[in-house]
Structure formats: structure tokens, C-alpha cells
Design a binder for this molecule. Structure first.
Ligand SMILES: NC(=O)C1=CN([C@@H]2O[C@H](COP(=O)(O)OP(=O)(O)OC[C@H]3O[C@@H](n4cnc5c(N)ncnc54)[C@H](O)[C@@H]3O)[C@@H](O)[C@H]2O)C=CC1
Ligand SMILES: CC(=O)[C@](C)(O)C(=O)O
Ligand SMILES: [Mg+2]
Ligand SMILES: [Mg+2]
Length: 348
């Protein structure tokens, strides 16, 4: 259906318009092979299975994630296979390796993309940056995308709670004339709430910007800046952490999520409102040039290149873990660990 966002009309598919029974009907003859069992793999595969679809998992044997798949109930030789075997068996190949990992597996996937199969992504990365990835799908398969707008962990949690996480969907190539019904059925199947239509390029450029920006990179940056200023002015770690992170995540962001920023403001003191209304624009103006250079770096493919280069190294996981450890061990997040212990659910 058409929904108006601000003053712009967009195409959104709802579970009411396209119920699960219809999705099951559309995909009744398909074998959905979920390739990769990292973060999105488990969420999507388990939701599909619980929604009654015919789904198998492909994963490297002798890996921790193979063991995780077994622990999650996938049965080797029945519903869990080596990657190549899953590629062969699947009629829909859900390419859920890491974006860099997809480059290495592409020749194998391509080999098994016989006419009429569908190649499914959860990110526009591989085909948008095809000069870098070499992922150029054959012309006689459907190429589709469902990108849940959140972690695979949330996708699964929200499904189990009977909710649903919103996803973007897109069609890059419709070879069979069935790409649209296939992609929507899959979107419903993996546990999406609403499905927002986009294209591969828009999905990848907005997603790379968002995660580097306000969703992850910018938010950590702005937390760190404020925390450092408070500490430099003699505030204790707990005071600095509470005024930077804890109050935001525990009290104020839930209000923003519920009813918007103005409503959160309206539920704070008029003192806070006065100051926050004055200060949001200087913060916007100070950070906008950074967002502009970020978007430029995404648009030129620099961000994609960096991520391919670093995540293709054999020790990329250990390197990432090392940097995450640095974050975890920073005073701000150490203070956070102590503050979190004080929450009723964590303190015995
Ligand atoms: N993590 C998330 O929640 C989200 C991920 N996505 C997209 O979904 C896709 C999958 O992402 P994640 O689940 O984060 O992936 P991930 O980084 O967790 O990796 C998934 C799997 O790829 C396997 N793998 C990596 N390199 C490999 C190689 N060279 N050969 C064989 N297997 C290899 C790993 O063993 C792992 O099981 C990506 O396109 C990502 O951008 C989209 C939305 C959110
Ligand atoms: C969770 C999500 O949608 C991200 C942040 O874009 C990602 O994990 O790539
Ligand atoms: Mg995303
Ligand atoms: Mg992303």
C-alpha cells in the first residue's frame, strides 16, 4: 500500500496485504538455502523454519558456527550441509556470508545458479560494488534483496515476541517474472514487520552511512566527546556515564522510540527543553560536514573498499576483537559495566 511519510508517498508491503499463508503458497516448491550462519543467518533461517518454509543451512564444517547451527536444531545431512552442497540443493540461495566472505564463495555460488533460481542478499553491497567484489549474477536468475533494518539478533527476538522487524526490499533482476512475489514472500518469511521498497544502490549507501553515522559510529563519537569533557572538568566516571549514556538508553530513548523527539523533550523540564532547543542546531552544524564526507566516502566506494580489504584478511576477526576490546576497556564503558550491574534485573 501507499503510505505518506512527511509529504512523500512510498510503497510499503504489510503482513495484512501479504499474509504468511500467501507467502507459504508462493514458496511451496522452493528449497531455501541460507548460506552462512553468523548473525543474520540464524535469525532468518530459524524464522523461516518456524514459519513453515522448506529451509536448509549451508555452513563451513569444523567451525564454531557449524556447531551453533547443530545446537540450534539443524541436522547435518538433513537440514545442514557444507556450503557447496547447500548451493546445489537450494532453489533460492540466501547469500548471508559476511560481505567480504561473499567474494570468496562467489565462484561456488555462481556455479550452482542454474536458470530460474533466485539469488537473495540482505545488503546491496555485493552487486552494487561489483567491480570490487566480482559478484555479477547470470542473467537468467532472479536477484532480490530483503535487508532487515537491525541486527539478526533483534530479528529473531522480535519474531519470538510476535512482533516483526522492518526490512527494506528490492529487486535487481527479474528473470522469472516471479521476483516480486518471491522477494515479498521471503521478506514475510524471515520475520519482517513491514517491507519498504528500495533499490540495491540506495540500500547499501544508506545502510553504510547509517551504521557509520548515528546508529553506531557517530553515537560512540559523541558519547566519547561529552564523557571526556565531563571527566576533564572533575566529574566522576559514574556521573559522566549516567549523564552521557545511561539516562539516554534507559529513560529518554524509549520515549523517543514511542512518540518522537518532541514528545521526549516535552517530558523533560522546561529548563532542559530551553537548552536542548538552543543546542541541537550547533551540534547539527558541527557534525554535518563530517556526515557529508562520510556520504562521499560511501558514494565513491572507499568505505566498501576498506571493508573488503580489512575483512578479507585471515586474521580479521581477531583484529576486530582487539579493537572492540579497546572500546570495552575504555573508562567510559568500564563505568558502564558497573552501572549496568545496578539495574534490578542484573543485581541478584
Ligand atoms: N549482522 C547483521 O545483523 C546484519 C547483516 N546484514 C547483512 O547480512 C549479510 C550477512 O552478515 P552477517 O550475518 O553479519 O555475517 P557474519 O560476519 O556474521 O558472517 C556470516 C558467516 O559467513 C561465514 N564466512 C565468512 N567468510 C567466509 C568465507 N570466506 N568462506 C566461508 N564462510 C565465510 C562465517 O563463518 C559466518 O558463519 C551481510 O551482507 C551483511 O551486510 C544486514 C543487516 C544486518
Ligand atoms: C544491523 C544493521 O542493519 C547494520 C548495522 O547495518 C549491520 O549490521 O550491517
Ligand atoms: Mg543495516
Ligand atoms: Mg549494515
Amino acid at each position: 500500500m501507499k503510505l505518506t511519510f512527511g509529504s512523500v508517498e512510498e510503497n510499503v508491503v504489510t503482513r495484512e496485504e501479504f499474509p504468511l499463508a500467501q507467502a507459504q503458497e508462493v514458496l511451496k516448491d522452493e528449497v531455501i538455502a541460507v548460506l552462512g550462519y553468523g548473525v543474520q543467518g540464524p535469525g532468518q533461517a530459524l524464522n523461516l523454519k518456524d514459519n513453515g518454509f522448506n529451509v536448509i543451512v549451508g555452513q563451513r564444517k569444523d567451525s564454531k558456527t557449524w556447531d551453533k547451527a547443530v545446537a540450534d536444531g539443524w541436522v547435518p545431512g538433513e537440514t545442514l550441509f557444507e556450503l557447496e552442497e547447500a548451493c546445489e540443493k537450494g532453489t533460492i540461495l540466501q547469500f548471508l556470508l559476511s560481505d567480504a566472505g561473499q567474494i570468496a564463495l562467489w565462484p561456488t555460488v555462481k556455479k550452482h545458479l542454474s536458470p530460474g533460481k533466485a539469488l537473495y542478499f540482505s545488503h546491496g553491497f555485493g552487486v552494487t560494488y561489483k567491480e570490487k567484489t566480482g559478484i555479477i549474477p547470470p542473467a537468467d536468475v532472479d536477484v532480490i534483496l530483503v535487508a532487515p533494518k537491525g541486527s539478526g539478533t533483534s530479528l529473531r527476538r522480535m519474531f519470538v515476541e510476535g512482533r516483526g522487524l522492518n526490512s527494506s526490499f528490492a529487486i535487481y533482476q527479474d528473470a522469472t517474472g516471479r521476483a516480486r512475489e518471491r522477494v515479498i514472500a521471503l521478506g514475510i518469511g524471515v520475520g519482517s514487520g513491514y517491507l519498504f521498497e528500495t533499490d540495491f544502490y540506495k540500500e547499501v549507501t544508506s545502510d553504510l552511512t547509517g551504521e557509520r553515522g548515528t546508529l553506531m559510529g557517530a553515537i560512540q563519537g559523541i558519547f566519547a566527546a561529552q564523557y571526556e569533557v565531563l571527566r576533564a572538568n572533575g566529574h566522576s566516571p559514574s556521573e559522566a556515564f549516567n549523564e552521557t549514556v545511561e539516562e539516554l538508553t534507559q529513560s529518554l530513548m524509549p520515549l523517543v522510540a514511542e512518540n518522537g523527539m518532541d514528545w521526549m523533550y516535552a517530558n523533560c523540564s522546561t529548563t532542559a527543553q530551553r537548552g536542548a532547543l538552543d543546542w541541537w542546531k550547533p551540534f547539527r552544524d558541527a557534525t554535518k560536514p563530517v556526515f557529508e564526507s562520510l556520504y562521499e566516502s560511501v558514494k565513491t566506494g572507499q568505505e566498501a573498499q576498506k571493508s573488503i580489504d580489512s575483512n578479507s584478511k585471515s586474521d580479521y576477526r581477531a583484529k576486530l576483537e582487539e579493537e572492540l576490546k579497546e572500546l570495552r576497556e575504555s573508562e567510559m564503558w568500564q563505568a558502564g559495566a558497573t552501572v549496568r550491574q545496578l539495574r534490578p534485573e542484573n543485581n541478584g
